[in-house]
Write a protein that binds this ligand. Sequence first.
Ligand code: GCW
Length: 735
Amino acid sequence: MESRARCARSRSSRPHIWLLVLLASLGPSSAGHAQGYQLWLGYRPSRNLARMREYAASLLPMVVDGQSSTFDIVSGELHDALESLTGRDFVLSRPPPPKPQLVVGTRESSSTIRSILAAGELAPLGTDGFVIRQPLIEGRRVTIVAANTDVGALYGSFALLRELQMDRPVDSLVMTSAPRVKRRILDHWDNLDRTVERGYAGRSLWDWATLPATSRRYVDYARANASIGINGTVLTNVNANARVLTPEYLAKVAALANVFRPYGIKVYLTARFSAPIEIGGLTTADPLDAKVRAWWRAKVDEIYRSIPDFGGFLVKANSEGQPGPQDYHRSHADGANALADALAPHHGVVMWRAFVYSNAVPTDRVKQAYDEFTPLDGQFRSNVLLQTKNGPLDFQPREPFHPLFGAMPKTAQMIEFQITKEYLGEDTHLVYLGSLFSEVLKADTYVRGPGSTVARVIDGSLQGQTETGMAGVSNIGSDSNWTGSQFNQANWYAFGRLAWDHTLTAASIADEWTRMTFTNDPVAVRTIVHMMLVSREAVVNYMTPLGLAHIMGTTHHYGPAPWAKLARADWSPVYYHRADSAGVGFDRTAEGSNAVAQYAPPVRNRYADRSTVPDSSLLWFHHVGWSERLRSGRTLWDELALHYQAGVDTVRAMQREWNSIRGSIDEQRFTQTHDYLAIQEREARWWRDAVLQYFQTFSHLPLPAGVEPPAHSLSYYMAIRCPRDEHKPRCDGIP
Ligand code: GCW
């Protein structure tokens, strides 16, 4: 990665960049793969020499027909990638090659592109979309990558390179692509002391001590994000520190914004609601107070003076102890609008989180956000986006979709996914989240009849919102592999791809990522993709099958702790599973908390009725007797036990699959994953044994045939402790 970025920078002074093929050689340059630092951008040369020749013949020489720092990046990227993928060395030269095979640019920057594409053909693609075409020019088939903006051309170039990395033929490339949501954002939960809340990949990338001095790592971060279409980054934790809004820190933020800008990435910050008091010297942060409003206006003006394209604020208010408008008896809309009014003249936005918590313990925590926010529909300014977690609880291995989606037609709604696997085995467990993300996006809210998917709420096509966005809580840190494990990279990748186009399937994204990251060997690709696609259901099975939730350790969220009971009831696993001698599960029907009423009628009825609720959400909505028969004909107890066993068995199958591809990829990445799978298998058993033994104290039923007996007593599992907030939480004493 480093060499490429250096290359891009060294060219930045050239007015036009013409790349000419000079000589041929077949030298793979794969240094840096082994650690995983290259992510999916390693540009491994194909093993298929005919394919490499085809790429050289079809795409070289090439021209990046435009001048800007973004076009410099495009040139550097295409140059380095094509050198590796074609096996030909280029040098930069002027004048341009007379007959380029590949032309990249915009209508404005390139006369070739103007001559091929009418303005009307590009206009619908907006600022970020692109087309790839292969018209005949003077009898030659030429590949063009065209967009309305330089950044669109960058996205198009990465799309072309994706095709090549997948070893696909380039003789009939036609692509038209534009993102379905406007803001595709990573939320970093990074603190100013470089710790990362729920981060499992080392320290924060942002080195506040040395900023505004910048480093290569920032460029590489921007490049990776641009390659998957991510166009925004919230640098700081939602549990916010007002200091980031002081002049000293804003200078550091501006330095990052300068690095990210040519990659099309805007910087956003978290705004601590009490900042006017903490750093502004005011005595109140009441959003309707004139001095408070003036303070925010002045602060925002100050930010835009050094960061003219600043994206805006992300705010967590009145949740888990964070300050907010309710401290002043104002509504969330009052709070959001005060900031939105300050940002509006600069075209900035507020992303206001719907993840709220009342101070009093509620009858059902999952109902709070809906109850709090739906009455405010229509009260938010047009530059406010309500940012809602994918499910109503908290990033569990599986939750039903959040009932707020579709329930606020006059409000722009963003979805927040969690890429960092706080509740799904953190860094070590191999869990591909593409499946989770697309399951939620495809879920049908029925708010406007069938086909009212969450994705269509988010992209604005269902209810007509024009501000649209998707956020992912980042899993990125200072580790050499970026994300704590090789396979966690796939979750960053999948988030970006789905934010760009939610109609992509989890399987096709896994296939792309595998080919780009590891290999095009068909057997290895099939094997790895299969492992990825079964991995999400595996973690659901060995952690929280049949709609169970939040039965993990109460602070670290790592291992099982269904027995845990905290002073605060709604942070306690026992609050969520409600196991007793009769059965297990949270009754959210009309007889219980009636959370089910927050969904549109067809969904509500389906979930409320024991005969139609899917098994995967059964215990989320119903308290079910241990010996009651499920659809399978088995009792709940047997079904539960078999799901836990299936989770363990799937991890074992994943281990066998991984072992079968040894030799198809580099040994270093093979070994890390191999070793992590061993941890995952051990911990899947830990989950199965601990949870089943605990529930057995209520059910008093024997384990069904096919379920392995636990290795240790329940008290043994209960004694295991995991340290809180340690970089890599590990729990001693697991068998
Ligand atoms: O799930 C909880 C996490 C907190 C997090 C919070 C939130 C940033 O355990 O660490 O705080 O969600 O999303 O605000």
